[in-house]
Design a protein around this ligand. Structure first.
Ligand SMILES: Cc1ncc(COP(=O)(O)O)c(C=O)c1O
Length: 414
């Protein structure tokens, strides 16, 4: 018989197996100072492109003031208990109403974490007779929600509408046998490649099949749509998204999330979603903080305009300099390179230590062997000079990569 601790010692997991060499530098790095484009890493100032602080709200003076005042007024304990039992407040309800208007839905339920919201909503919406159809590159929270599902599921190739159609055919046949319903799940923006989910095309399939659509718009809320209402608004199909999810962890620069839908659906979620019924409500400073951020999003369109000015300059500059950025049509900007894992770690080390540019790197097993993605997240508070400097640095490091300079382990900080 095995022992759990012995098993863990023998197998540290796909990322954990590298913890010894990577901890504190490539994994669990500490970025210090005020959140923004210039932060400190190991005591040195870096140009930072690794945070989803899209609108630059994290360090906005009005946000900092509202957060401080709310923390002083309420503390972080209030309200105590789950919303259903003793943890409700006027501010929670006000935020739900304002979010509903923002994403053009009848009602909204606040959730403590985005991850938990999606997972728990999926669990709550379907039973064992129902069938889930979902995108193959869905975020881990969707995958975990699908894992909780007791019925059948069909996965379609990433953003492949033809395959989605095929899976819907299979799902329909099965649902007719079980007497169940179909839930299709996709994302507004896929966080690695930056491509928007094909929402317009997927909702077209409603003419052929009977299903409800759940969209995880973690990266779309605040960044896409004429009024910042997300990918559905951007694609003109917000009214066809049956269940809309947004997180506070990105554009809002906060923590928590929400699900918006028809009034009766949200009421059902309020009374049946296990992660909310059996967990403490969001603390009031977070709720008041979210209200302030939403007010800024509504009243200051220049935040989103700046974000897109930087995004467009970055993406067109990278393309003009010969970089491969793939199929992104959002702010998420991946730069695709080829190289081994040792080369990628040397490259990142050089970029951080000698060029003072900090961005995230994605390598195998998240992407195929031999591929390196440098993932750049532009924000409204970056400048065009930051963009120009970064493209210049990237050109230099890619020159070194191609010349084989990162093959040795002798890259040192100057
Ligand atoms: C697509 C997507 N969905 C859900 C989440 C989870 O949201 P949260 O960080 O609010 O738990 C994330 C990451 O933050 C995400 O990128």
């Amino acid at each position: 018989m095995a022992d759990i601790f012995e098993k863990i010692k023998a197998n540290r997991g796909p990322i954990g197996q590298h913890a010894k060499e990577s901890h504190g530098y490539f994994t669990f790095p500490k970025l210090e100072g005020d959140i923004g484009p210039h932060m400190f890493f190991r005591g040195k100032k870096k140009l930072n492109w690794s945070l989803n602080n899209y609108l630059g709200l994290a360090n906005h003076p009005d946000v900092r003031k509202a957060d401080t005042e709310a923390a002083a007024e309420f503390g972080f304990a209030a309200p105590m208990g789950a919303r259903m039992m003793s943890g409700n407040s006027n501010y929670h309800e006000q935020l739900e109403a304002e979010l509903s208007a923002f994403v053009e839905k009848e009602d909204t339920i606040l959730c403590n974490f985005g991850y938990q919201a999606i997972l728990s909503a999926i669990d709550c919406l379907v039973d064992r007779h129902d069938v889930i159809v979902y995108d193959a590159e869905s975020h881990a929270c969707i995958i975990d929600g699908v894992r909780l599902h007791m019925g059948k599921r069909f996965v379609f190739k990433h953003n492949d509408v033809e395959d989605c159609d095929k899976q819907l055919q299979r799902a329909t046949k099965l649902a007719e046998e079980t007497g169940g319903a179909i839930l299709v799940i996709t994302e507004g923006v896929f966080g690695m490649r930056g491509d928007q989910g094909k929402l317009k095309e997927i909702v077209e399939l409603k003419k052929k099949y009977n299903f409800r659509l759940l969209v995880d718009d973690a990266h779309g809320i605040g960044t896409l749509g004429a009024k910042g209402g997300g990918a559905g608004q951007e694609q003109g199909v917000q009214d066809q998204i049956d269940i809309y999810f947004g997180t506070f962890a990105k554009s809002f620069a906060l923590i928590g999330g929400f699900i918006s839908s028809d009034e009766q659906v949200v009421e059902y979620l309020r009374y049946n979603m296990r992660s909310q019924i059996f967990a403490k409500a969001l603390p009031l400073p977070l709720v008041k903080g979210a209200l302030k951020r939403l007010e800024l999003m509504r009243n200051h369109p220049e935040l989103k305009e700046n974000l897109w000015k930087i995004t467009n300059a970055l993406q067109s500059g990278l393309k003009n300099a010969g970089f491969e950025i793939g199929v992104t049509d959002s702010c998420v900007t991946p730069v695709y390179l080829n190289g081994s894992i040792p080369e990628s770690t040397n490259l990142i080390y050089d970029l951080r230590e000698n060029y003072n540019v900090f961005c995230s790197m994605v390598v195998y097993p998240v992407v195929p062997k031999g591929m390196i993605i440098l993932r750049i997240i532009p924000t409204a508070v970056h400048t065009l000079e930051d963009v120009e400097y970064t493209i210049d640095c990237f050109s230099k490091i890619v020159g070194k990569l191609k010349a084989g300079e990162y093959m040795s382990d002798k890259i040192a900080a100057t």
